[in-house]
Ligand binder design. Structure first.
Ligand SMILES: [Zn+2]
Length: 406
């Protein structure tokens, strides 16, 4: 081993933000992941089966499709990597219409999709068969990638909650539900739900994360609710005595969340709040949220967005993305206590999680290995451990061994 290389043994990951049910349903679906050239994508898509295909991992920074190309493919619903944006061809639209007219009509309308995201995800998952086998395969994949525990940020319905309740994976996840889905659950299943998830904005990949200043192409993304609407929703959830997780990526969404939480009296400790993503959190908002006991749940792998979305993010935003040093050094957020890490499944696993933590595009995004362990790993090695080789010169991380206690 060269002296720029070292090995560490780490507890398996505790991924604080994933979507195990959605990813299980999507297991084995065709994907554009790893396809960089448009020609190869077109070739792959032309060969899709003649049924409604749900195609995953379209990265719009690589290529787009025109109407003519789309109509040459078998029926296809193309999902952007973020799962916040979709395109379909005419033959897919015709098929979807017979299943859900509303979704078929609106699935390419970004504002509508953001407002109805959980319904859309639920619909897409329903197009793909979900079963024990797929869940087993998904958890198997997680294990092989060094992940033991993964929170499911959106379980959709009674069937899903019942499934988890009796599943052998129950102790390897926590379940979050949207407020309408939570209200539909009977009491005995509500107990299974850790908290309620609310969206304040969209995603960078869909130009819909709400920024205070514009994207390069114009427009500042979108807030899902007005302040009053969000206040009303959070009030109602607070009355349920359940923790709340608010998806807020852009500084405008974080601003809104903070001001609504202020009105609701979060400083009095009457609700437990987690903010998801927080990529463009400012020092001012961070310090206020910290003093109110609000937990931040963030994804080191999204530090990569500073490069990946250079086509849409002005340089000031690329710099401000995932400001972990500010949060930890200045505001005193503590990994594992009030600063949690996860992947959102983009992608899953130890290698990418650790790579983007240790070697992000900007120093302001860098985590120390102890911080990574505290905020992103199981508390001990009881369930197993991963052996990792880190090369500081190449800025690479390689998992060279895995031990699982089964
Ligand atoms: Zn998510």
């Amino acid at each position: 081993m060269k002296n720029n290389e070292y090995r560490v043994r780490l507890p398996l990951l505790k991924d604080n933000h994933s979507h195990t049910l959605t990813y299980s349903a999507m297991h084995g679906a065709p994907t554009l992941a790893g396809i960089d050239a448009k020609e190869s994508a077109v070739e792959f898509m032309t060969k899709l089966e003649h049924k409604i295909n749900v195609l995953l991992d379209w990265d719009e920074t690589k290529f787009h499709f025109n109407e003519k190309e789309l109509s040459s493919f078998p029926p296809v619903l193309i999902c952007n990597v973020s799962l916040h944006k979709y395109i379909i061809n005419l033959s897919a639209r015709a098929m979807l219409k017979s299943i859900d007219e509303n979704i078929a009509k609106n699935i390419e309308d970004q504002a509508w999709v953001e407002k109805n995201l959980l319904e859309v995800l639920k619909f897409i998952a329903s197009l793909m068969e979900f079963n024990d086998l797929k869940m087993g395969l998904h958890f198997g994949e997680l294990e092989n990638a060094g992940v033991w525990y993964a929170e499911d940020m959106c379980v959709f319905d009674i069937g899903a909650v019942k499934y988890y309740k009796d599943s052998k994976y129950r102790n390897r996840t926590s379940l979050w539900a949207s407020f309408p889905d939570y209200l539909r659950l009977p009491d005995n299943l509500r107990k299974e739900i850790k908290g309620i998830k609310v969206f304040a904005d969209g995603a960078l990949a869909a130009h819909s994360a709400a920024l205070a200043k514009n994207y390069i192409a114009g427009g500042g993304g979108m807030l899902i609710y007005t302040n009053d609407e969000l206040l009303k929703i959070l009030h109602a959830i607070a009355g349920m005595n359940k923790p709340i997780a608010i998806h807020a990526i852009g500084d405008a969404a974080l601003d809104q969340a903070a001001s609504v939480l202020r009105k609701i009296g979060v400083d009095k400790g009457n609700i437990q709040v987690r903010l998801e993503h927080c990529q463009f959190i400012t020092k001012k908002i961070a310090s206020e949220l910290k003093s109110h006991g609000v937990v931040l749940s963030m994804q080191p792998n999204f530090s990569r967005d500073s490069i990946r979305y250079a086509d849409r993010l002005p340089s000031a935003y690329r710099n401000q993305n995932n400001p972990f040093r500010m949060l930890i050094d200045d505001i005193k957020y503590k990994p594992g206590e009030d600063l949690l890490f996860g992947s959102d499944g983009m992608p899953h696993g130890m290698e990418q999680a650790l790579k983007w933590s240790l070697f992000p595009p900007y120093k302001s995004q860098q985590l120390k290995i102890e911080e990574f362990i505290n905020g992103y790993c199981m508390p001990d090695m009881k369930n197993g451990y991963a052996e990792v080789e880190i090369d500081e010169e190449k800025e690479s991380v390689r998992m060279i061994g895995l031990s699982l206690e089964t």
